[in-house]
Design a protein around this ligand. Structure first.
Ligand SMILES: [Zn+2]
Length: 203
């Protein structure tokens, strides 16, 4: 019995160490990977990320080591794995309408940074964001949607321009994540153009 317990503890400890011990990618390299991936995507007609059975087997067996965390909108036109030409295990993705962050999203960012070793966090807003549009036009919302628009309204203030509001909302999330995890990770904002496929990186 004691022996079994020791083996069980060793296995748990082993997997924990492994989660920490994967190959980490520094923030500058991660950002470069995403930029290169986006350039590839703009001209692509099909996804080019690795979704092969071999990649599935490798990540199932050896664990995940995503090189960046991406927080973006749930909008079906803003698909981060496609936008950055990523495959299985490449990016740790958090999607929520309006790319807002609340404690659950912060917990996800923290998990990726502490346990998966991601050094870069990207907040990716996008053009024609419906959630930002709703906050901007002060459309009356029902049910739970106000949890999204309240955050966005606080971020955009009196701004009336759609594109500027998208940017302000993205920058507000960048500031929030920086405030929480700025010492642990590099936080970068960007806007995705849903028509051209191009990602514009915010300074
Ligand atoms: Zn959106």
């Amino acid at each position: 019995m004691k022996k079994i317990l020791v083996i069980a503890i060793a296995l748990i400890a082993g997997s924990f160490v492994f989660a920490h011990g994967g190959k980490t990618v520094d923030a500058a390299t991660a950002l470069n990977n995403l930029k290169t991936g986006n350039s590839k995507f703009i001209k692509a007609k099909k996804g080019s990320g690795d979704i092969s059975p071999a990649r599935r087997r490798d990540t199932a067996k050896n664990g995940q080591h995503p090189y960046a965390t991406v927080i973006t909108c749930s909008d079906s036109r803003a698909v981060p794995e496609s936008i950055f030409s990523c495959g299985i295990g490449d990016i740790f993705t958090i999607r929520v309408a309006g790319n807002v962050v609340d404690p659950q999203q912060l917990g996800s960012i923290e998990y990726a940074a502490e346990h998966l070793g991601t050094k870069l966090v990207v907040i990716l807003g996008h053009t024609n964001c419906g959630a930002v549009g709703a906050a901007l036009e002060e459309v009356p919302v029902e049910g739970y949607i106000h949890y999204l628009t309240d955050d966005i309204k606080a971020a955009i203030g009196d701004e009336k321009d759609y594109a500027k509001a998208v940017e302000l909302n993205t920058r507000a999330v960048v500031s929030e994540v920086q405030k929480e995890f700025g010492e642990m990770v590099t936080v970068v904002g960007a806007i995705y153009d849903i028509e051209t496929g191009e990602v514009f990186w915010l300074e």
